[in-house]
Design a protein. Structure first.
Length: 434
Protein backbone atom coordinates (compact mmCIF):
# COMPACT_ATOMS: atom_id res chain seq x y z
CA UNK A 1 0.00 0.00 0.00
CA UNK A 2 1.33 3.42 -0.93
CA UNK A 3 2.27 5.73 1.93
CA UNK A 4 -0.27 8.38 0.86
CA UNK A 5 -3.17 5.89 1.10
CA UNK A 6 -2.66 4.94 4.72
CA UNK A 7 -2.83 6.77 8.02
CA UNK A 8 0.47 8.19 9.27
CA UNK A 9 2.08 6.47 12.23
CA UNK A 10 2.07 9.02 15.04
CA UNK A 11 4.38 9.03 18.07
CA UNK A 12 3.38 11.41 20.86
CA UNK A 13 5.73 12.58 23.62
CA UNK A 14 4.17 13.53 26.97
CA UNK A 15 5.39 14.07 30.51
CA UNK A 16 2.54 12.15 32.14
CA UNK A 17 1.07 8.83 31.09
CA UNK A 18 -2.32 8.66 29.40
CA UNK A 19 -3.94 7.85 32.68
CA UNK A 20 -7.53 8.85 33.48
CA UNK A 21 -6.54 9.72 37.05
CA UNK A 22 -4.13 12.38 35.76
CA UNK A 23 -6.77 13.98 33.55
CA UNK A 24 -4.41 15.51 30.96
CA UNK A 25 -5.89 14.17 27.72
CA UNK A 26 -5.59 16.85 25.02
CA UNK A 27 -3.57 14.67 22.65
CA UNK A 28 -5.96 11.79 23.24
CA UNK A 29 -8.98 13.84 22.19
CA UNK A 30 -7.18 14.95 19.02
CA UNK A 31 -6.05 11.51 17.80
CA UNK A 32 -8.96 9.38 18.99
CA UNK A 33 -10.21 9.09 15.39
CA UNK A 34 -6.99 7.39 14.31
CA UNK A 35 -6.44 3.65 14.33
CA UNK A 36 -4.82 2.85 17.69
CA UNK A 37 -2.26 0.64 15.94
CA UNK A 38 -0.87 3.80 14.35
CA UNK A 39 -0.50 5.72 17.62
CA UNK A 40 2.24 5.31 20.23
CA UNK A 41 3.35 7.30 23.26
CA UNK A 42 6.60 7.95 25.11
CA UNK A 43 6.15 9.39 28.60
CA UNK A 44 8.37 10.28 31.55
CA UNK A 45 6.31 9.65 34.65
CA UNK A 46 5.89 6.56 36.78
CA UNK A 47 2.14 6.11 36.23
CA UNK A 48 0.76 3.26 34.15
CA UNK A 49 -1.49 4.31 31.23
CA UNK A 50 -5.06 3.08 30.91
CA UNK A 51 -6.07 4.64 27.57
CA UNK A 52 -6.80 2.42 24.57
CA UNK A 53 -6.21 5.26 22.09
CA UNK A 54 -2.56 4.19 21.88
CA UNK A 55 -1.43 0.71 20.91
CA UNK A 56 2.04 1.03 22.41
CA UNK A 57 3.56 2.90 25.35
CA UNK A 58 7.18 3.44 26.33
CA UNK A 59 8.02 4.68 29.81
CA UNK A 60 11.25 6.37 30.86
CA UNK A 61 11.58 6.48 34.64
CA UNK A 62 12.97 9.73 36.01
CA UNK A 63 13.82 7.98 39.27
CA UNK A 64 15.93 5.45 37.38
CA UNK A 65 17.53 8.11 35.20
CA UNK A 66 18.74 9.80 38.39
CA UNK A 67 20.11 6.49 39.72
CA UNK A 68 21.83 5.80 36.39
CA UNK A 69 24.28 8.66 36.99
CA UNK A 70 26.13 6.29 39.33
CA UNK A 71 24.67 2.94 38.27
CA UNK A 72 25.23 2.97 34.51
CA UNK A 73 23.82 -0.52 33.95
CA UNK A 74 20.41 0.25 35.42
CA UNK A 75 17.47 -0.09 33.00
CA UNK A 76 15.79 3.31 32.64
CA UNK A 77 13.18 2.68 29.95
CA UNK A 78 10.73 -0.06 29.06
CA UNK A 79 7.63 -0.70 27.00
CA UNK A 80 4.50 -0.98 29.16
CA UNK A 81 0.94 -2.11 28.55
CA UNK A 82 -2.16 -0.09 29.28
CA UNK A 83 -4.18 -1.57 32.11
CA UNK A 84 -7.30 -0.66 34.11
CA UNK A 85 -6.70 1.89 36.85
CA UNK A 86 -7.99 -0.56 39.47
CA UNK A 87 -5.21 -3.02 38.64
CA UNK A 88 -2.26 -0.63 38.89
CA UNK A 89 0.15 -0.94 41.80
CA UNK A 90 2.14 1.94 43.30
CA UNK A 91 5.75 1.00 42.63
CA UNK A 92 8.83 2.06 44.57
CA UNK A 93 9.79 4.35 41.68
CA UNK A 94 6.36 5.99 41.74
CA UNK A 95 6.58 6.55 45.50
CA UNK A 96 10.02 8.15 45.11
CA UNK A 97 8.75 10.28 42.22
CA UNK A 98 5.71 11.50 44.17
CA UNK A 99 7.83 12.34 47.22
CA UNK A 100 10.31 14.30 45.11
CA UNK A 101 7.64 16.33 43.34
CA UNK A 102 5.75 16.96 46.56
CA UNK A 103 8.87 18.71 47.86
CA UNK A 104 9.28 20.70 44.64
CA UNK A 105 5.64 21.82 44.65
CA UNK A 106 5.83 23.17 48.19
CA UNK A 107 8.36 25.73 47.08
CA UNK A 108 9.44 26.24 43.49
CA UNK A 109 13.21 26.60 43.66
CA UNK A 110 14.84 27.17 40.32
CA UNK A 111 18.02 25.60 41.66
CA UNK A 112 16.08 22.34 42.06
CA UNK A 113 14.71 22.60 38.52
CA UNK A 114 18.22 23.13 37.16
CA UNK A 115 19.46 20.21 39.28
CA UNK A 116 16.79 17.99 37.73
CA UNK A 117 17.93 19.05 34.26
CA UNK A 118 21.53 18.17 35.15
CA UNK A 119 20.39 14.73 36.30
CA UNK A 120 18.76 14.15 32.93
CA UNK A 121 21.78 15.57 31.13
CA UNK A 122 24.17 13.10 32.73
CA UNK A 123 21.72 10.26 33.34
CA UNK A 124 21.30 7.35 30.91
CA UNK A 125 17.91 8.09 29.35
CA UNK A 126 19.27 7.15 25.92
CA UNK A 127 19.06 3.35 25.97
CA UNK A 128 18.97 0.32 23.70
CA UNK A 129 15.37 -0.22 24.80
CA UNK A 130 14.37 3.25 23.64
CA UNK A 131 16.22 2.81 20.35
CA UNK A 132 14.50 -0.53 19.76
CA UNK A 133 11.09 1.02 20.41
CA UNK A 134 11.71 3.93 18.03
CA UNK A 135 13.17 1.69 15.31
CA UNK A 136 10.35 -0.83 15.52
CA UNK A 137 7.47 1.65 15.57
CA UNK A 138 8.97 3.84 12.82
CA UNK A 139 6.77 6.94 13.21
CA UNK A 140 5.96 9.18 10.28
CA UNK A 141 5.05 12.09 12.54
CA UNK A 142 6.14 13.05 16.05
CA UNK A 143 3.81 15.22 18.12
CA UNK A 144 5.22 17.11 21.09
CA UNK A 145 4.40 19.97 23.41
CA UNK A 146 6.74 22.96 23.24
CA UNK A 147 7.21 22.67 26.98
CA UNK A 148 9.71 24.12 29.40
CA UNK A 149 11.18 20.70 30.20
CA UNK A 150 14.64 20.88 28.72
CA UNK A 151 15.21 17.13 29.06
CA UNK A 152 11.98 16.37 27.19
CA UNK A 153 12.98 18.72 24.38
CA UNK A 154 16.34 16.94 24.12
CA UNK A 155 14.61 13.57 24.02
CA UNK A 156 12.24 14.69 21.26
CA UNK A 157 15.13 16.06 19.18
CA UNK A 158 16.89 12.71 19.55
CA UNK A 159 13.77 10.82 18.41
CA UNK A 160 13.30 13.11 15.39
CA UNK A 161 16.89 12.59 14.32
CA UNK A 162 16.87 8.83 14.85
CA UNK A 163 13.55 8.12 13.13
CA UNK A 164 13.63 10.77 10.43
CA UNK A 165 10.02 11.59 11.29
CA UNK A 166 8.51 15.00 10.69
CA UNK A 167 7.37 16.91 13.78
CA UNK A 168 4.44 19.02 14.90
CA UNK A 169 4.74 21.07 18.11
CA UNK A 170 1.97 22.40 20.33
CA UNK A 171 2.50 25.67 22.22
CA UNK A 172 0.04 25.80 25.12
CA UNK A 173 1.93 27.75 27.78
CA UNK A 174 4.34 30.64 28.07
CA UNK A 175 7.63 28.79 28.22
CA UNK A 176 9.60 31.26 26.11
CA UNK A 177 9.18 34.84 27.35
CA UNK A 178 10.61 36.67 30.36
CA UNK A 179 7.21 38.13 31.25
CA UNK A 180 6.22 35.73 34.02
CA UNK A 181 8.64 36.77 36.73
CA UNK A 182 11.41 39.19 37.64
CA UNK A 183 13.27 36.72 39.85
CA UNK A 184 16.91 36.09 39.00
CA UNK A 185 16.57 32.30 39.29
CA UNK A 186 13.61 32.36 36.93
CA UNK A 187 15.55 34.36 34.33
CA UNK A 188 18.51 31.99 34.48
CA UNK A 189 16.27 28.95 34.10
CA UNK A 190 14.21 30.60 31.38
CA UNK A 191 17.39 31.39 29.39
CA UNK A 192 18.14 27.68 29.07
CA UNK A 193 14.47 26.86 28.37
CA UNK A 194 14.37 29.35 25.49
CA UNK A 195 17.62 27.98 24.07
CA UNK A 196 16.26 24.43 24.24
CA UNK A 197 12.96 25.35 22.58
CA UNK A 198 14.67 27.25 19.75
CA UNK A 199 16.70 24.13 18.94
CA UNK A 200 13.54 22.00 18.93
CA UNK A 201 11.64 24.53 16.80
CA UNK A 202 14.27 24.24 14.07
CA UNK A 203 13.52 20.52 13.78
CA UNK A 204 9.73 20.98 13.81
CA UNK A 205 7.74 21.50 10.60
CA UNK A 206 4.40 22.85 11.93
CA UNK A 207 3.02 24.30 15.16
CA UNK A 208 -0.29 24.58 16.97
CA UNK A 209 -0.99 27.42 19.42
CA UNK A 210 -3.66 27.11 22.10
CA UNK A 211 -5.00 30.69 21.76
CA UNK A 212 -4.68 33.62 19.34
CA UNK A 213 -2.68 35.46 22.02
CA UNK A 214 -0.27 32.52 22.25
CA UNK A 215 0.06 32.44 18.46
CA UNK A 216 0.92 36.13 18.25
CA UNK A 217 3.74 35.89 20.78
CA UNK A 218 5.05 32.50 19.61
CA UNK A 219 5.09 33.50 15.94
CA UNK A 220 7.12 36.56 16.81
CA UNK A 221 9.61 34.76 19.03
CA UNK A 222 10.22 31.61 16.96
CA UNK A 223 9.63 33.11 13.51
CA UNK A 224 6.87 30.58 12.74
CA UNK A 225 3.21 30.57 11.70
CA UNK A 226 1.12 28.65 14.24
CA UNK A 227 -2.34 27.22 13.61
CA UNK A 228 -4.70 28.06 16.48
CA UNK A 229 -6.14 24.87 17.97
CA UNK A 230 -7.82 24.08 21.28
CA UNK A 231 -9.09 20.89 22.84
CA UNK A 232 -12.47 19.90 21.34
CA UNK A 233 -15.74 19.50 23.21
CA UNK A 234 -16.13 15.92 24.41
CA UNK A 235 -19.89 15.97 23.67
CA UNK A 236 -22.34 18.30 21.94
CA UNK A 237 -23.52 20.34 24.96
CA UNK A 238 -27.02 21.22 26.06
CA UNK A 239 -27.42 24.13 28.47
CA UNK A 240 -28.79 23.34 31.93
CA UNK A 241 -32.13 25.11 32.41
CA UNK A 242 -31.97 25.20 36.24
CA UNK A 243 -35.74 24.90 36.48
CA UNK A 244 -35.47 23.02 39.77
CA UNK A 245 -32.64 24.57 41.79
CA UNK A 246 -32.08 23.01 45.18
CA UNK A 247 -30.30 24.75 48.04
CA UNK A 248 -27.48 24.27 48.84
CA UNK A 249 -26.05 24.64 45.36
CA UNK A 250 -23.12 22.35 44.64
CA UNK A 251 -20.01 23.93 43.12
CA UNK A 252 -17.25 21.65 41.78
CA UNK A 253 -13.54 21.98 41.04
CA UNK A 254 -11.41 19.12 39.69
CA UNK A 255 -7.75 19.70 38.91
CA UNK A 256 -4.40 20.75 40.32
CA UNK A 257 -3.92 23.53 42.85
CA UNK A 258 -0.55 24.76 41.65
CA UNK A 259 0.77 28.14 40.40
CA UNK A 260 -1.27 30.14 42.91
CA UNK A 261 -4.61 28.39 42.46
CA UNK A 262 -4.47 27.16 46.05
CA UNK A 263 -4.36 30.79 47.24
CA UNK A 264 -7.47 31.61 45.23
CA UNK A 265 -9.24 28.55 46.60
CA UNK A 266 -8.45 29.70 50.14
CA UNK A 267 -10.12 33.04 49.41
CA UNK A 268 -13.20 31.30 48.02
CA UNK A 269 -13.35 29.03 51.07
CA UNK A 270 -13.29 32.10 53.30
CA UNK A 271 -16.02 33.80 51.24
CA UNK A 272 -18.22 30.71 51.50
CA UNK A 273 -18.20 31.07 55.28
CA UNK A 274 -19.70 34.53 54.87
CA UNK A 275 -22.26 33.49 52.24
CA UNK A 276 -23.35 30.53 54.35
CA UNK A 277 -23.39 32.37 57.67
CA UNK A 278 -27.17 32.27 58.16
CA UNK A 279 -27.89 29.22 55.99
CA UNK A 280 -25.86 26.73 53.97
CA UNK A 281 -26.52 27.94 50.43
CA UNK A 282 -23.42 26.94 48.41
CA UNK A 283 -21.05 24.00 49.04
CA UNK A 284 -17.80 23.47 47.13
CA UNK A 285 -16.31 20.04 46.42
CA UNK A 286 -12.67 19.91 45.28
CA UNK A 287 -10.92 16.86 43.82
CA UNK A 288 -7.19 17.33 43.36
CA UNK A 289 -3.96 15.35 43.09
CA UNK A 290 -1.94 18.26 44.50
CA UNK A 291 -0.27 17.49 47.82
CA UNK A 292 -1.33 20.26 50.20
CA UNK A 293 0.29 21.17 53.55
CA UNK A 294 -1.62 20.18 56.69
CA UNK A 295 -1.79 23.82 57.79
CA UNK A 296 -3.46 24.76 54.51
CA UNK A 297 -5.98 21.94 54.76
CA UNK A 298 -6.85 22.85 58.34
CA UNK A 299 -7.66 26.39 57.24
CA UNK A 300 -9.29 25.76 53.86
CA UNK A 301 -10.96 22.37 54.19
CA UNK A 302 -14.18 23.03 56.14
CA UNK A 303 -17.90 22.28 56.15
CA UNK A 304 -18.45 24.45 53.06
CA UNK A 305 -15.27 23.54 51.14
CA UNK A 306 -14.48 19.82 50.95
CA UNK A 307 -11.11 18.75 49.53
CA UNK A 308 -10.84 15.16 48.30
CA UNK A 309 -8.23 12.97 46.51
CA UNK A 310 -8.36 12.85 42.70
CA UNK A 311 -10.89 10.79 40.77
CA UNK A 312 -10.66 9.19 37.28
CA UNK A 313 -11.52 11.38 34.29
CA UNK A 314 -14.67 9.37 33.61
CA UNK A 315 -15.89 10.15 37.11
CA UNK A 316 -14.86 13.81 36.71
CA UNK A 317 -17.17 14.18 33.72
CA UNK A 318 -20.00 12.50 35.62
CA UNK A 319 -19.52 14.80 38.60
CA UNK A 320 -19.52 17.84 36.31
CA UNK A 321 -22.91 16.85 34.94
CA UNK A 322 -24.28 16.53 38.48
CA UNK A 323 -22.90 19.85 39.80
CA UNK A 324 -24.79 23.15 39.70
CA UNK A 325 -21.72 25.36 39.19
CA UNK A 326 -18.26 24.57 37.78
CA UNK A 327 -15.39 26.51 39.35
CA UNK A 328 -12.37 27.65 37.34
CA UNK A 329 -9.30 28.82 39.27
CA UNK A 330 -6.21 30.86 38.50
CA UNK A 331 -3.90 32.93 40.67
CA UNK A 332 -5.47 36.29 41.53
CA UNK A 333 -2.17 38.10 42.03
CA UNK A 334 0.27 39.48 39.49
CA UNK A 335 3.40 37.71 40.71
CA UNK A 336 2.63 34.27 39.25
CA UNK A 337 1.88 34.62 35.55
CA UNK A 338 2.54 31.02 34.55
CA UNK A 339 -0.89 30.77 32.92
CA UNK A 340 -0.62 34.05 31.00
CA UNK A 341 -0.72 32.31 27.59
CA UNK A 342 -2.38 29.01 28.49
CA UNK A 343 -5.86 27.71 27.72
CA UNK A 344 -6.84 25.09 30.26
CA UNK A 345 -8.25 21.86 28.87
CA UNK A 346 -10.77 22.20 31.68
CA UNK A 347 -12.51 25.02 29.78
CA UNK A 348 -13.87 22.86 26.97
CA UNK A 349 -14.82 20.14 29.45
CA UNK A 350 -16.84 22.77 31.31
CA UNK A 351 -18.51 23.95 28.11
CA UNK A 352 -19.39 20.34 27.30
CA UNK A 353 -21.14 19.97 30.65
CA UNK A 354 -23.57 22.80 29.85
CA UNK A 355 -23.34 24.31 33.34
CA UNK A 356 -22.76 27.78 34.73
CA UNK A 357 -19.04 28.51 35.09
CA UNK A 358 -17.62 30.68 37.87
CA UNK A 359 -14.07 31.78 36.95
CA UNK A 360 -11.80 33.44 39.51
CA UNK A 361 -8.34 34.81 38.80
CA UNK A 362 -6.12 37.57 37.42
CA UNK A 363 -7.93 39.21 34.45
CA UNK A 364 -4.67 39.47 32.47
CA UNK A 365 -4.24 35.68 32.24
CA UNK A 366 -5.33 34.25 28.89
CA UNK A 367 -8.03 31.89 30.29
CA UNK A 368 -9.64 34.67 32.33
CA UNK A 369 -9.38 37.05 29.39
CA UNK A 370 -11.11 34.47 27.20
CA UNK A 371 -13.99 34.02 29.66
CA UNK A 372 -14.48 37.78 29.81
CA UNK A 373 -14.31 38.37 26.05
CA UNK A 374 -16.80 35.60 25.30
CA UNK A 375 -18.97 36.21 28.42
CA UNK A 376 -18.89 32.42 28.84
CA UNK A 377 -18.39 32.54 32.62
CA UNK A 378 -19.22 34.74 35.59
CA UNK A 379 -15.82 36.16 36.51
CA UNK A 380 -14.27 37.54 39.69
CA UNK A 381 -10.85 39.14 40.16
CA UNK A 382 -10.85 40.23 43.81
CA UNK A 383 -12.11 39.07 47.18
CA UNK A 384 -15.00 41.55 46.98
CA UNK A 385 -15.95 40.22 43.53
CA UNK A 386 -15.77 36.62 44.80
CA UNK A 387 -18.31 37.48 47.49
CA UNK A 388 -20.63 39.36 45.12
CA UNK A 389 -20.24 36.62 42.53
CA UNK A 390 -21.29 33.92 44.99
CA UNK A 391 -24.37 35.99 45.84
CA UNK A 392 -25.22 36.32 42.14
CA UNK A 393 -24.91 32.57 41.68
CA UNK A 394 -27.85 32.14 44.02
CA UNK A 395 -30.06 33.74 41.36
CA UNK A 396 -31.59 31.22 38.96
CA UNK A 397 -31.35 33.59 35.99
CA UNK A 398 -27.61 34.00 36.52
CA UNK A 399 -27.10 30.25 36.47
CA UNK A 400 -29.29 29.83 33.41
CA UNK A 401 -27.79 32.71 31.39
CA UNK A 402 -24.16 31.76 31.98
CA UNK A 403 -24.85 28.09 31.24
CA UNK A 404 -26.29 29.12 27.87
CA UNK A 405 -23.36 31.46 27.23
CA UNK A 406 -20.90 28.62 27.92
CA UNK A 407 -22.70 26.30 25.51
CA UNK A 408 -22.91 28.95 22.80
CA UNK A 409 -19.20 29.70 23.09
CA UNK A 410 -18.33 26.01 23.03
CA UNK A 411 -20.38 25.27 19.92
CA UNK A 412 -19.06 28.32 18.11
CA UNK A 413 -15.35 27.94 18.88
CA UNK A 414 -14.66 24.38 20.04
CA UNK A 415 -16.89 21.94 18.18
CA UNK A 416 -15.27 18.53 17.73
CA UNK A 417 -15.81 18.68 13.96
CA UNK A 418 -14.03 22.03 13.60
CA UNK A 419 -11.13 21.11 15.88
CA UNK A 420 -10.57 17.68 14.31
CA UNK A 421 -10.75 19.07 10.77
CA UNK A 422 -8.12 21.67 11.64
CA UNK A 423 -5.90 19.06 13.30
CA UNK A 424 -6.26 16.58 10.42
CA UNK A 425 -5.45 19.24 7.81
CA UNK A 426 -2.14 20.06 9.52
CA UNK A 427 -1.22 16.39 10.04
CA UNK A 428 -2.02 15.60 6.40
CA UNK A 429 0.01 18.58 5.17
CA UNK A 430 3.04 17.55 7.21
CA UNK A 431 2.67 13.88 6.28
CA UNK A 432 2.55 14.62 2.56
CA UNK A 433 5.31 17.18 2.79
CA UNK A 434 3.19 20.00 1.38
Amino acid sequence: MEKESRQPKILIFTMTSWNSKVGANTWGTLVNGYDSSNVANVFLREEIPDSKICSRYFQISENRVIKSILKRKIKTGKEVQAQPLSETVETEDLQAHNARYAKMKKKRRYSMLLARELCWKFGKWKSKELDAFLDEFQPDIILHGMDGYIHMNRLVRYAIKRTGAKAVGYIWDDNFTYKQSKKFGYKVYRYFQRKSLKKLAKQTQEFFAITPKTKTEADGFFGIDCTVLSKPLNVAPIAETYEAVNIPLRMLYTGNLLIGREKTLAKISSALKTVNEAQTRIVLDVYTQTALPKEYLQETNNEFCNIYPPIPQEEVLRQQKQADILLFLEDMGDKNLTARLSFSTKITDYFSAGKCVFAVGNPDLAPMEYFQNTVSALTAHSEAEILSGLERLLEKETLKDYAQNAVDCGLKNHSAEHIHNTFDEVISRVYKGE
